[in-house]
Design a protein around this ligand. Structure first.
Ligand code: ARG
Length: 465
């Protein structure tokens, strides 16, 4: 059998062209969506009297067999068929004859691929949303057990102020919640059906785009066909949403790598998610977070690649657009496995409370509290208080102790206005709980954040379930 478009051609295609032109090797991933789209299209053609009942039934039965052949591995993928759309249509026609040849009425591969690809992106958008909820749940669960576990909060990777570990994890839960909302909003914006746009200008056949849209789970058909067959914004949004989410995952991974080093020792990753060294028997490496951090790069690359493919294209479809799929598949698969494995890493890691709290006694974490004390209790202007505190820090350094360990009498020597009650203010737990403003790190405020996130999770889980 020659090519489906071979009517106007004298010579047959070169093998090299077949190899270069074909997308079948990768777009076979779309087979489910292609069959789903074709069935909805055929049903509509039947409703509009373009296909007879018998023809529609034949198509339905034939497609069932095609699906089975693909899923059982019996289907022969022949690169000369170019892409999944033609491979499936060819096999269907072999199986059922003429009705198969009528399926492509009022349709072009341009709206067909726009449909299949959009169905794929929407479907995986939902899968990713679900996986984000699982990860947020794992973070919230761990956070709720550690709202009293203190660790040094940092800026510039230097000890800054004591915070609690639950609060720290809730920062990542908050990022992932924004990620979820981005996926959700992309889903809603792009939930429009491309099918029926045909090549670029619509079709003279009396089709019903509302019907196909409804049957495929879209809210409505798209507005303008010329735009629709050349639009890949839905994929770009997916790529951007994934890239941003992976950036968050990468930052968390970086912290897990630091925290599991001997220098920090804040967490111990479970053996099930760590690897050994081929030469150094004592080693336990954080390969999972390292790979998560590493894989983030390719998701940025995939976004840049598609933006670049699209930037110079005249309307409407151009073959350049066939380059939209591999990067998108890659980002989607990367996002899905990354979310899944990170959730397991979080659930199984051990939190070393002692190490975190010991680390708080290094770096004079309560220095800001001394300055605040001088302002609040002694009426000293903040700039002056800052200076006096600096002197106190210098004294602590000289003694080789932490600021929180300096006796009140020593502090009084630096400034007579300092009272005995200062000791309480310099206590690390006091310092943490003093930061009780909304969104702050006090245990009470952290619990409040966890409760708010749990409520959000419940709302989202109720919708998903
Ligand atoms: N394999 C093509 C792609 O992935 C399908 C659309 C082809 N359309 C066309 N007019 N050649 O973009």
């Amino acid at each position: 059998m020659g090519k489906m478009w071979s009517g106007r051609f004298g010579e047959s295609a070169s093998k090299l062209l077949d190899k270069f032109n074909a997308s079948l090797d990768f777009d076979k991933k779309l087979y489910k969506y292609d069959i789903q789209g074709s069935l909805a299209h055929a049903k509509m053609l039947n409703a509009r009297g373009i296909l007879s009942d018998e023809e529609y039934r034949d198509i339905e039965k034939g497609m069932e067999q095609v699906l089975e052949e693909i899923e059982s591995g019996q289907f022969t993928f022949d690169i000369a068929d170019e892409d999944i759309h033609m491979a499936i249509e060819k096999r269907l026609t072999e199986l059922i004859g003429d009705a198969g040849k009528k399926l492509h009425t009022a349709r072009s591969r341009n709206d067909q691929v726009a449909l299949d690809f959009r169905l794929y992106v929407q479907d995986h958008n939902r899968i990713i949303q679900e996986l984000i909820l699982n990860l947020v749940e794992a973070l919230v669960e761990t956070a709720s057990r550690h709202t009293e576990t203190m660790l040094p909060g940092m800026t510039h990777l230097q000890h800054a102020q004591p915070i609690n570990f639950g609060y720290h994890l809730m920062a990542y839960a908050s990022m992932l919640r924004r990620d979820y909302e981005r996926f959700e909003s992309s889903y809603e914006r792009n939930n429009l059906s491309p099918i029926g746009c045909a090549a670029l200008a619509g079709t003279p056949h009396p089709i019903d785009r509302e019907m196909t849209a409804r049957n495929l789970g879209f809210d409505a058909p798209t507005l303008n066909c010329l735009d629709t067959v050349s639009d890949r914004d839905f994929a770009l949004e997916m790529l951007f949403n994934i890239a941003t989410m992976m950036m968050h995952i990468s930052r968390f991974s970086e912290e897990l790598i630091l925290w599991s080093s001997s220098e920090f020792g804040f967490v111990t990753l479970s053996d099930a998610y760590s690897t050994g060294s081929s030469i150094m028997p004592q080693k336990k490496n954080p390969d999972v977070p390292e790979l998560l951090r590493g894989k983030t790069g390719r998701t940025y690359g995939n976004l840049m690649a598609l933006l670049t493919v699209m930037k110079g294209l005249p309307l409407a479809y151009n073959k350049d657009m066939q380059e939209d799929k591999e990067g998108t598949f890659d980002s989607v698969e990367t996002a899905e496995i990354s979310l899944t494995i990170l959730t397991e890493v979080v659930k199984t890691m051990r939190v070393n409370v002692r190490r975190m709290e010991d680390a708080c006694r290094v770096g004079h974490l309560s220095a800001t509290d001394l300055a605040d004390y001088l302002v609040e209790k002694c009426g000293i202007p903040f700039r002056e208080a800052h200076f006096i505190t600096g002197r106190a820090v210098a004294l602590a350094e000289e003694r080789g102790v932490d600021l929180s360990e300096l006796p009140a009498e020593e502090l009084k020597k630096i400034d007579g206005r300092i009272g005995k009650d200062v000791t309480k203010f310099l206590g690390l737990r006091h310092s943490m709980n003093a930061r009780d403003s909304q969104g702050g790190t006090s245990t009470a405020r952290s619990v409040e954040q966890i409760e708010a996130m749990k409520e959000w999770l419940e709302r989202k889980n109720a919708r998903a379930g």
